[in-house]
Design a protein around this ligand. Structure first.
Ligand SMILES: Cc1cc2nc3c(=O)[nH]c(=O)nc-3n(C[C@H](O)[C@H](O)[C@H](O)COP(=O)(O)OP(=O)(O)OC[C@H]3O[C@@H](n4cnc5c(N)ncnc54)[C@H](O)[C@@H]3O)c2cc1C
Length: 594
């Protein structure tokens, strides 16, 4: 669905009055006055922009048709047009977290400038040598990162009476929560106490154990003591968030895994949760600084953390603080840290759903002040519709209707390596199996006995998301695997199907269906990662620890900054936000008190 946003160039007249550089000293018009429409390539396709020019100025920039994801693109749509008008130039800073959309708008305006006979500004021509202004600020508790953990930490610290400042690198709050479903696991809340749903810790723990049993059961994770400690407080967190104004669904959500665990859910999903929490921060009087990226922590001679240095477009601001809480999320979008902490994930083609700002900034800051890290991270993944290329997400959604439960999954060598049933726990585990297997690309193989599915797959061949072959050998050639290996895999799988028992991987009999009717199709599947695991080691109160186990004075962490305790290689849908909000709440309360 195409969306349309409007952004008016309200400051155009001011800019005209104040910006001498837009006037042409020779008297020749800078532009052919009029309205021009251009396009730039965004994250999900072209972004159309209309620019109105006078003879010597960019008067307004209006965003037109586009397919960008609203929750992510909004700060770019809200801010970049105005900045271009204010600067009378496209040499403006992109918005962190919405870089692709920012660049699309800039490219589209440049397109319009060319159409209007103007000169596209270049960095070299506009390079300013002016140093950024240096400023100092003071606060009691400085929270770095405005996702679930950071917003919760800031609210808790404020509740405890501290003066709180929250720095957010992106143009708006929310981080990955902006795209999240908004489900928070919930144990023993008051909210749902009369609902009849089983909110007990025992039931949640049983569901968690079940999910963690699929792969990596011997990895030593989760840390059950730590997990139980945090899980047992998630209901309190839900009630506390309700007091702060979060609008939970009236009934608990129990559909993830056949009702084995309970979640609270914001009535407007992840974006609703962000706006509820943003309102709560505002009401509480937390000072929120957007477009402000923390770059390093400051320390005293004895190694205690005393604040942080941050940068905005035109200033370097050093904050002194009694306590600093790192809540910058994970490293899912940072190739260097992925290779270091989650090499198996780095080696496989995945689609990251995490916020673009999940680049491990907090990891780098914490490392420099001596924090101890989990060395064995992993990305938590899930199979999520049909995904081939991130850029093809929208069009490949047409293929999401294909039921893969009766298909055969093979790796890049044409071999089967896991049971394929896409039930909720197994959707997570199957992604984990793919990452652990490492031998991508991964294909679901279908035959044509289900005519409806075959028709969808046939259409998918036009999108290049599906490969086909009249025979198994043809299909092997199309996907570039050895034809004998693929045909042996299929013959063996068919034998298991006919015997009615998957003695290799335990796929339930109801999903066993032999592949015998050509043409054959192979649908590439790419695991989606929801975030990363690993981070700094923390104690129960969320103090960041050194290698000797002692706390770094003044430093706390929560969220994906410190979450290895909770998972092995598997994820559990809805299994982050409730934990991270609780850890943020603990960090905020402790930081304010110490
Ligand atoms: C599609 C999708 C759906 C999901 N749905 C759910 C769900 O329903 N339930 C659930 O439990 N989990 C869900 N998750 C996972 C969950 O959203 C994340 O694990 C969670 O948001 C991480 O929280 P966080 O606070 O640690 O980090 P984030 O939410 O990533 O927030 C970190 C913040 O720090 C900011 N930041 C980074 N660097 C700096 C810096 N240098 N200076 C200042 N700020 C900085 C970032 O911009 C960001 O705003 C989902 C994930 C995805 C991708």
């Amino acid at each position: 669905m195409k969306k349309r946003y409007f952004s008016l160039g309200l400051a155009a007249m001011l800019a005209l009055a104040g910006c001498g550089s837009s006037q042409n000293s020779t008297g020749t018009p800078l532009y052919k006055a009029g309205s021009y429409t251009g396009t730039g390539a965004g994250k999900n396709g072209d972004v159309q922009v209309t620019v109105e020019f006078t003879d010597d100025a960019i008067k307004s920039v209006t965003i037109g048709d586009n397919s960008e994801t609203e929750a992510i693109a909004k700060p770019a749509f809200d801010q970049i047009p105005q900045e271009i008008v204010d600067a009378q130039s496209t040499q403006v800073d992109v918005i962190s977290g919405a870089t692709l959309t920012s660049n699309a708008i800039i490219a589209a305006v440049n397109d319009c400038i060319v159409q209007a006979g103007g000169t596209v500004p270049t960095a070299a021509a506009e390079k300013t040598t002016a140093a950024k202004e240096e400023k100092s600020e003071a606060t009691d508790v400085l929270v770095i990162g405005g996702g679930m953990a950071g917003m919760s930490a800031a609210l808790a610290a404020k509740d405890a009476g501290a003066d709180v400042t929250l720095l957010e690198a992106a143009g708006d709050l929310g981080g990955t929560v902006k795209v999240a479903g908004g489900y928070l696991i919930c144990v023993d809340s008051e909210l749902y106490k009369d609902s009849g749903a089983d909110q007990s810790l025992a039931s949640m723990e049983k569901a968690w154990k079940d999910h963690m049993s699929y792969s990596g059961a011997d990895s030593g994770y989760p840390d059950w003591d730590r997990l139980d400690l945090v899980l047992s407080k998630t209901g309190e967190t839900i009630d506390w968030l309700a007091e702060k104004g979060v609008r939970w669904d009236e009934a608990p959500f129990t559909a993830f895994d056949g009702g084995t665990y309970v979640c609270a859910h914001d009535v407007d999903n992840g974006p609703g949760l962000v706006s509820d929490l943003a309102d709560a921060l505002d009401t509480a009087g937390v000072k929120v600084e957007l477009n402000t990226k923390a770059t390093e922590l400051t320390t005293s001679e004895d190694g205690a953390v005393t604040g942080a240095v941050s940068e905005t477009k035109d200033a370097v601001i050093t904050y002194s603080a009694k306590a600093v809480i790192l809540a910058t999320g994970g490293y899912a979008n940072d190739p260097e840290l992925l290779a270091k902490y989650a090499p198996k994930l780095a080696a496989v083609k995945t689609v990251s759903g995490a916020a673009a700002t999940a680049t491990g900034d907090g990891f780098r800051m914490a490392e420099k002040v001596g924090a101890d890290f989990f060395e064995d991270g992993t990305g938590f993944g899930s199979l999520w519709a049909t995904q081939v290329e991130p850029s093809a997400l929208e069009k490949d959604r047409d293929l999401a209707g294909v039921d893969v439960s009766k298909a055969l999954l093979v790796d890049g060598s044409g071999k089967r390596f896991a049971a394929e049933v896409p039930t909720v726990p197994y959707m997570d585990a199957l992604a984990s199996d793919m990452i652990q297997n490492g031998n991508g690309p991964f294909y679901f193989v279908f035959d044509s006995k289900d005519a409806d599915a075959a028709a969808i797959l046939e259409a998918g061949t036009d999108l290049n998301a599906v490969k086909s072959g009249e025979t198994v050998e043809d299909l092997a050639a199309a996907i570039g695997v050895d034809k004998t290996v693929l045909s042996d895999t299929i013959l063996h799988y068919n034998d298991l199907c006919k015997a009615g028992e998957d003695t290799d991987y335990g796929k339930a009999a109801e999903y066993l269906s032999p592949l015998e009717t050509g043409p054959y199709y192979a649908l590439e599947y790419v695991p989606t990662t929801f975030g990363s695991t690993g981070g700094v080691k923390t104690d129960d109160q969320q103090h960041v620890l050194k290698a000797d186990g002692s706390p770094i004075k003044g430093l706390y962490a929560a969220g994906e900054m410190s979450n290895r305790y909770f998972y092995n290689e598997n994820y559990m849908l809805g299994g982050s936000l409730g934990l991270y909000s609780t850890c943020g709440r603990i960090a905020g309360t402790t930081a304010a008190a110490e």
